[in-house]
Design a protein around this ligand. Sequence first.
Ligand SMILES: [Zn+2]
Length: 255
Amino acid sequence: MNRDEAERYLRQLAFSGIGQKGQGRLKKASAAIVGMGALGSAIANSLCRAGFGFLRLIDADVVEASNLQRQILYNEEDARLKRKKAVCAKEKLASTNSLVRLEAITEKLDAQNADKLLSGVDMVLDGLDNFDTRFVINEYCVKNAVPYIYGGVLADSGVSMNIMPGGPCLGCIVSSLVDAKSGPGPETKGVLNQIVAIIAAIQSVEAMKLAVKSRFLRRSLLSFSIWDFSFTEIEVEPRKDCFCQKSVDFMDQKF
Ligand SMILES: [Zn+2]
């Protein structure tokens, strides 16, 4: 580690869970962040400052005035010029930590381009607001044995779970896409920026634990509501009829 890194990461190096060895592992770590809205902005900000080696920022949307209440990487000028979120985010993050390699992708992730856009990274982080794209990520990550850090926010509530190879996947939690899509979205229920900060912090710290190979990696599904303050943690069992368990069987036979 050079002198610049030793100075920049001073407070993180002093933390027993990271140290010199962990910081070295963070530098080698790579992640794709899908969705550079509220969660994605906060996650990218966190992992960039913490010193991840490579971050791929994926979002096709432009910045709008209604984003500024909770999407921390963007400002009024970005909204006025309707700049692409991924490009804006890359620019802001590069000025924050020039040691991190950044890539901006302005395509919308879908089943056709998932292999191309998600390949070559150690993990995928969820900054999305829709289940269509989440299930594309879920399928890619299960099939390719890539950890997927799921997160979602709505109103004053949020959820997060680490979807790990061989373990329960998004399909085990949400049995069908129809169920997941049927509820009201942020357009009607809104989103508080404070729940974004909490869920993004949880996703980011789990990404760091994954990168440094911490034994404290969380296995449960977390759910927070911050207005009436409630918190639950559920141990999710793999659903036997879910495709993720069939993929595991398939992998067992193949290898
Ligand atoms: Zn599953």
